[in-house]
Design a protein around this ligand. Structure first.
Ligand SMILES: Cc1cc2nc3c(=O)[nH]c(=O)nc-3n(C[C@H](O)[C@H](O)[C@H](O)COP(=O)(O)OP(=O)(O)OC[C@H]3O[C@@H](n4cnc5c(N)ncnc54)[C@H](O)[C@@H]3O)c2cc1C
Length: 483
């Protein structure tokens, strides 16, 4: 059978695209290397507990935003609980609650940093964030796949958006400098907050993306049942998913005009169009033609050495219904072998009857790390290094969360190697491409693909990383192909 679409990868991007296209009446087949859906927003079961493997928070749920629209359009069966505070920062002995409401957040910051005019700064960030989301709906036709799509930009809202576009070329730091902020502690807090979403610091993060990232805790929810519930609710909307099918070769017929043959080593499939959701660099060996191999190797925009992977710890702790917060950014001394100064702690919701069981909550801890710290190690050194990082973080966690060593149970770790094994992502790189002023914004606009009818979405493509962003990428492509 020749499918209308073959989708490579059953992560958030692939599942969203496939479900939406199937709803429009197209025949769609997803080929997924792993045995379950989700990719970086997947899960695993150990010792009777269900752990989120990577992503833990859902955002983009306010009206008109990508996940809200996806849930409504596909009628997804999800029980979402808004989280407030959306994030708790444990910072230099203080606990700072990042409330959903901007005014409450400003009051909280004023308590901790009384000499700064937070109202002006955060109202500006909020304004830019709202405009950022508006801009993303005006520019739904980015990347430009057809030149006449340019006309779709000319809407009344464009004028307003044009006033915000310069924030693409300024840094978050430049905005903070306007307010003459000298407080090193405050700047460190903002830098670490930014790092969660933009994967970069205030000096190099464009203000537009930075503001959107800094405001994400205002729009955060927990899915009861965790990422398993989220990914499975999407997978249920896709009739044809074949698991354990690692796509090895993509063979264009007449340069893609007549479709593609896809080989997985186990089976061969064919489709009129292919949508790949795997990272940009994963494609290099998939194509025979030198031109395609060159295309995927030489792109400077996506230099993999500048991208991140993650070190993970999974565990359970005693259930505590009184604890305020569910998502924590814990600031600490420089983490060994990771070169970061914070780690992110996600707890299963205390009332989640699937994941908070037997009087315990499941915990997913992540911190950024570069892959070169891990991939070159021999087995013994690798295990020792994992143990060192685990001990370092868990000692810190015990102190900050007031836990005894015996409270920490069912402990497992993951590294870039683990991500490579389970997601097949090149070098185990996860989390997309850091936002940077050094990236040319024009790269966002021009559709890049070596073949007609071969499309790429997912977190190394526009509009970037995060579940909301990759869903938006899928929605945009569905719109463009349905024109
Ligand atoms: C530790 C961590 C925490 C995060 N936290 C959050 C968060 O809280 N909230 C948030 O919004 N985002 C978060 N993110 C980012 C978010 O998870 C990702 O940006 C998003 O899930 C990426 O989705 P995707 O579909 O683009 O890619 P992926 O999820 O990587 O999906 C790609 C799929 O393709 C499959 N695949 C790979 N190669 C092949 C092949 N050759 N053939 C067939 N299949 C293949 C993989 O197995 C995978 O299932 C986090 C990421 C990480 C790593």
């Amino acid at each position: 059978m020749k499918y209308d679409y073959i989708v490579i990868g059953a992560g958030a991007a692939g599942l969203s695209f496939a479900a939406l296209m199937e709803k429009k009446g197209h025949s769609v087949l997803i080929l997924e290397a792993h045995s379950i859906p989700g990719g970086c927003s997947s899960y695993f079961s150990r010792d009777g507990f269900i752990f989120d493997a990577g992503a833990t928070t859902l955002s983009g749920l306010l009206p008109g935003r990508p996940l809200a629209e996806l849930i409504a359009e596909l009628n997804l069966d999800l029980n979402l609980v808004p989280v407030n505070p959306g994030l708790v920062s444990m910072f230099e002995g203080q606990t700072i609650n990042r409330y959903r409401n901007t005014q409450e957040w400003v009051s909280e910051l004023t308590k901790h940093f009384p000499n700064i005019n937070h109202k002006i700064i955060w109202e500006k960030f909020k304004k830019i964030e709202v405009e950022g989301w508006n801009i993303s709906t005006i520019f739904k036709k980015i990347p430009l796949r057809k030149i006449n799509a340019l006309f779709s930009f000319f809407r009344p809202e464009l004028i307003k958006a044009l006033f915000t576009l310069p924030t693409l070329f300024k840094s978050v730091e430049s905005e903070l400098n306007k307010h003459k902020i000298q407080d090193e502690k405050y700047l460190a807090l903002v830098n670490e907050l930014l790092f969660i979403t933009s994967q970069n610091n205030a000096k190099d993060t464009p203000l537009l993306m930075g503001a959107m990232g800094l405001c994400y805790p205002e729009d955060t929810a927990y899915a009861m049942g965790g990422m398993k519930a989220f990914s499975e609710s999407l997978a249920k909307k896709c009739t044809n998913i074949k698991y354990k099918q690692l796509v090895k070769k993509v063979i264009p017929i007449k340069k893609g005009s007549d479709g593609f043959i896809i080989e997985t080593g186990k089976e061969t499939f064919s489709a009129k169009r292919v949508v790949s959701t795997i990272p940009f660099w994963n494609h290099t060996d998939m194509f025979e033609a030198d031109t395609a191999q060159e295309f995927f190797q030489t792109d400077k925009v996506t230099d993999p050495d500048k991208c991140w992977s993650a070190f993970m710890i999974y565990l359970t702790i005693p259930l505590d219904k009184e604890r305020v917060g569910q998502y924590f950014q814990v600031h600490c001394k420089k983490i060994l072998h990771c070169n970061t100064h914070s780690y992110f702690v996600s707890l299963s919701h205390p009332d989640d009857e699937i994941r908070s069981i037997n009087g315990r909550q499941t915990v997913t801890i992540s911190t950024h790390t570069h892959t070169k710290e891990w991939l070159s190690l021999g087995r013994e050194d690798y295990l020792k290094q994992k143990e060192r990082v685990k001990k370092f973080i868990l000692n810190d966690l015990q102190q900050k969360f007031n836990l005894q060593e015996s409270d920490l149970q069912n402990v497992f770790t993951g590294s870039p190697k683990t991500f490579y094994n389970y997601t097949k992502r090149y070098r185990g790189l996860v989390g997309g491409i850091p936002q940077s002023l050094k990236r040319n914004p024009l790269d966002l606009i021009i559709a890049k693909s070596p073949y007609k009818n071969f499309y790429m979405i997912g977190d190394t493509q526009y509009p970037g990383q995060g579940i909301a962003a990759v869903i938006m990428g899928a929605q945009n492509l569905v719109d463009q192909l349905s024109d």
